[in-house]
Design a protein around this ligand. Sequence first.
Ligand SMILES: [Zn+2]
Length: 185
Amino acid sequence: MSQILSAPVEIDEQGIASPCQIILSPNTDSRPENMGVDMIVVHNISLPPSQFGGPGIIQLFTNQLDAAEHPYYATIAHLKVSSHFLIRRDGQLIQFVSCNQRAWHAGVSSWQGRERCNDFSIGIELEGSDDCAFNDAQYLTLQALIDALKKRYPIQHIVGHSEIAPGRKTDPGPFFDWQRITKPS
Ligand SMILES: [Zn+2]
């Protein structure tokens, strides 16, 4: 396991990462023509909220969440959402959407005058919440992924979901330590 976590990540020409578990989401479409990828959006998610390790996130991103299983699921099971990546609490990396495709993670959003951040961004979900710290293994995987993405795409901005959807979103939350990743300045 530690070998997998310490291995560098690579993104191939098809926008697929390795080493990485691939679970393709139907919630994706093409980026606008001639739209480059220059942003990474960092999120947190846990399903049920603040519970870790279950299948809920994968079920949500593959439209298989059972609304009857948890009261919170009933409020979100109808959503068609996805993210390019999920980093589990143990650092495991899962990819749902090719980086060359648009994932549906940001929603209504804007950054420096540009709307619809899904068009030009890559979404990375950290399994976590606004109420607790992330694990070392998650930061290690996140940094390896950021390094890989920078090699494949001209990343200029690494932002939190809360920065591109202020007032609507709070993630990755106050426990995400920005000092632990290298941001483009
Ligand atoms: Zn988010």
